[in-house]
Ligand binder design. Structure first.
Ligand SMILES: [Zn+2]
Length: 323
C-alpha cells in the first residue's frame, strides 16, 4: 500500500451555515414529547453537565460547552462504490481551523485512519486539543479481525491526527455548562433512540434546521451495530450489497456512543445522524438500534449547535450508506 499523507487542510473546501438554536428549556419539552411515544420511562432535564472526563463517561474534556459546532468531513461517496484512498484528513488541523484555535473537544463518528491499521476500520473520535495545539486522543478504531471475523477495538495514539473518507463531529471548547440530560428505559416504539429525537425536532421546527451532538450511553441491553470490513475490491452499488459487506454484531452494554444529529441536509449534503460507540471491552462500532426493548436503558448528554461547518463536500453524491 502506498503511503499517503493527509490532504492539505488549507486547500479543502469549507462551507458554513448558522443553525436555528432553540433554548434548552424548549428543546427539553420537544424531545420529551417525542421520546414518550417511543419509550415507557422518559426523563429529560436541563442540567449542569456532569464531568464527562471521569471514567464513567470517558470523554477527553469535562463538558459540551463553548461555541458548539457540527463539523462534517467528506462523505459516503468517498467510500462507495469504491474507496478513494487519498481522502485522508488531518482532523486536528481541521478542528483548529473551524474553531479559530484555542482549546477544543471533538467527539463523533467516522471512518478510522486506515493506514494506522493497514485496514479499513470504524473511527470513534474523542479528541482534545490544547490551546498550544497538543492533541490528546481518547479515540478508538473498531475493525473486523481474522477468519472468525471478531470485533477488535483499539486505541488511537496521540500521534495520530487523521481520519479517512467521512466524519461527523460535535466540536466545542469542552467547557462545563448546561446540557440536556436524557434518560430512557423500555422501548415501546420502533424508532431508534437518536432517530426518535431527530424526528421530534423535525416535526416541531419544520424548515428551520436544528443540530445537536454529544454522547449517549447504553447502560443496559444490547445494540445492533456494524463494523466495516476491509475495503471492497468490487464496487458496492446499492444498499443490499452494502449490507452484505458490512459486518453486523449484537454488542452488549455498556456502550458509550459519540456523534451528531441534524434535522435537514441544509443544502450541504449532510448526514442526518451518525453515532459510533466504544466500550471497555472488545466492542465498538456504528449504532443502528437496540435489540433489547424490554430492558434497554439510555443515558444521554446533548448540546445544541450554533452552526454547521461542511468540509470537502463530495461533488458527485448519492443517498445510500447513510443509516
Ligand atoms: Zn458510521
Amino acid at each position: 500500500m502506498a503511503t499517503l499523507s493527509a490532504l492539505n487542510t488549507s486547500e479543502l473546501l469549507y462551507e458554513e451555515k448558522q443553525l436555528y438554536r432553540p433554548s434548552l428549556a424548549e428543546l427539553k419539552e420537544v424531545i420529551q414529547s417525542a421520546l414518550v411515544k417511543n419509550f415507557e420511562n422518559v426523563t429529560v432535564e436541563v442540567t449542569d453537565c456532569p464531568d464527562l472526563k471521569t471514567a464513567e463517561y470517558g470523554l477527553m474534556d469535562s463538558g459540551l460547552g463553548g461555541s458548539p459546532t457540527l463539523l462534517e468531513l467528506g462523505g459516503p461517496p468517498y467510500l462507495l462504490p469504491l474507496v478513494q484512498r487519498e481522502k485522508l484528513y488531518n482532523v486536528k488541523e481541521i478542528c483548529q481551523k473551524t474553531m479559530g484555535g484555542g482549546k477544543i473537544l471533538a467527539v463523533g463518528a467516522g471512518a478510522g485512519p486506515y493506514p494506522l491499521r493497514n485496514s479499513n476500520c470504524e473511527g470513534i473520535y474523542n479528541m482534545s486539543i490544547s490551546a498550544e495545539g497538543q492533541l490528546k486522543n481518547g479515540s478508538y478504531t473498531a475493525k473486523v479481525s481474522g477468519l472468525e471475523e471478531s470485533c477488535v477495538l483499539e486505541s488511537i495514539p496521540d500521534t495520530e491526527p487523521r481520519c479517512a473518507l467521512l466524519l461527523n463531529l460535535f466540536v466545542c471548547r469542552g467547557e462545563p455548562g448546561q446540557v440536556l440530560k436524557i434518560s430512557c428505559k423500555k422501548r415501546t416504539g420502533h424508532l431508534n433512540f437518536i432517530e426518535c429525537i431527530r424526528q421530534g425536532l423535525l416535526e416541531k421546527y419544520q424548515d428551520k434546521c436544528v443540530g445537536m451532538g454529544g454522547m449517549f450511553k447504553i447502560n443496559q441491553g444490547k445494540a445492533h451495530q456494524h463494523v466495516m470490513r476491509d475495503f471492497s475490491r468490487t464496487p458496492i452499488v446499492d444498499e443490499h450489497e452494502l449490507n452484505q459487506w458490512l459486518k453486523f454484531y449484537e454488542m452488549p452494554a455498556t456502550l458509550t456512543a459519540l456523534g451528531t444529529l441534524i434535522t435537514h441536509e441544509n443544502d450541504l449534503d449532510l448526514r442526518l445522524q451518525h453515532f459510533h460507540s466504544f466500550s471497555n471491552s472488545n466492542w465498538g462500532g456504528h449504532y443502528h438500534y437496540d435489540t433489547t426493548p424490554e430492558i434497554v436503558e439510555y443515558e444521554a448528554y446533548l448540546n445544541v449547535a450554533e452552526r454547521v461547518v461542511r468540509v470537502d463536500k463530495p461533488k458527485e453524491t448519492h443517498k445510500f450508506g447513510r443509516d
